[in-house]
Write a protein that binds this ligand. Structure first.
Ligand code: TMP
Ligand code: ASP
Length: 242
């Protein structure tokens, strides 16, 4: 697959065109940002780990019937993906109250709600990715109500699958963010990444944080946490493929 020029470069990933117009190469960088770019750092080797973790997760989801953009891993930091037009929505799923929801509503972090909570944010850097609701999303012309219902259904299915994938390796899936994209033939599929950058992952026995909160909150041992997540997922994957 020949690389052709950069389509888009974000804070943590770079997307390149290829000689096939329906395929792109996604490179995972070591850069980390938090709080809408207020906090920035380079975390050596993070891109390599997130590339591997995301690949394991996307393959697992694909095998379970969740169509997504991942095609193959090309190298330490690169993966070949289907080209999609990203829908500018961050779809957040919460099993345990943490982060912005704990703060906004004054709920203690770690509280387990009786229901699964879905938030959507409008991806717009200049606005700081505001929290919006379904009606706002439709008014913005990003999605129709029907498409949004389909997206929530996919998010619910992804949540169920990821909860059990992580539970298998002793990790609680507290919350996560996913993004969806449109294929050339108009299908909406899972895209972007699933990694400790985009999930809250707590060790089930110790409650230790194994995700980007270690960076956001200056808890130290950031890369060690990502290595732990990768090591556990890779071990379970080897077992599944035996
Ligand atoms: P929050 O507590 O900041 O709302 O985040 C909820 C989850 O979504 C958490 O796992 C981090 C993830 N997330 C992202 O990956 N990117 C984002 O831009 C936001 C707002 C959240
Ligand atoms: N949008 C924030 C960021 O800049 C969310 C986070 O803290 O991960 O990455």
């Amino acid at each position: 697959m020949e690389q052709r020029g950069i389509l888009y470069e974000g804070n943590v990933k770079r997307i390149s065109l290829t000689d096939d117009e329906e395929r792109v190469i996604i490179r995972y960088k070591d850069d980390a940002t938090a709080f809408n770019n207020v906090k920035k750092a380079v975390i050596a080797n993070k891109g390599v780990l997130n590339n591997k973790i995301s690949a394991i997760v996307f393959e697992y989801l694909r095998d379970a019937g969740v169509e997504n953009h991942y095609i193959a891993t090309l190298g330490d930091r690169d993966q070949l993906c289907r080209r999609v037009e990203i829908i500018p929505l961050e779809v957040i799923v919460r099993n345990v109250i943490a982060g912005s929801m704990a703060k906004r509503l004054g709920i203690e972090e770690g509280t387990v709600p009786p229901n699964v909570i879905y938030d959507i944010c409008y991806k717009a850097d200049e606005l700081g990715d505001p929290l919006i609701n379904d009606h706002h999303a439709v008014a913005l012309g990003i999605v129709t109500y029907d498409e949004l219902h389909g997206i929530y259904d996919m998010a619910a299915k992804i949540n169920g699958l990821l909860k059990s994938l992580f539970a298998e390796v002793g990790i609680m899936l507290v919350d996560f963010k996913v993004e969806f994209g449109r294929t050339k033939d108009g299908r909406i599929i899972l895209a972007d990444e699933v990694s400790p950058d985009t999930c809250r992952l707590w060790d089930m026995e110790t409650n230790e944080k194994l995700d980007k909160d270690r960076f956001r909150r200056d808890l130290g041992h950031v890369i060690e946490a990502y290595e732990e997540v990768y090591g556990r997922l890779a071990g379970a994957e080897r077992e599944r493929n035996r």
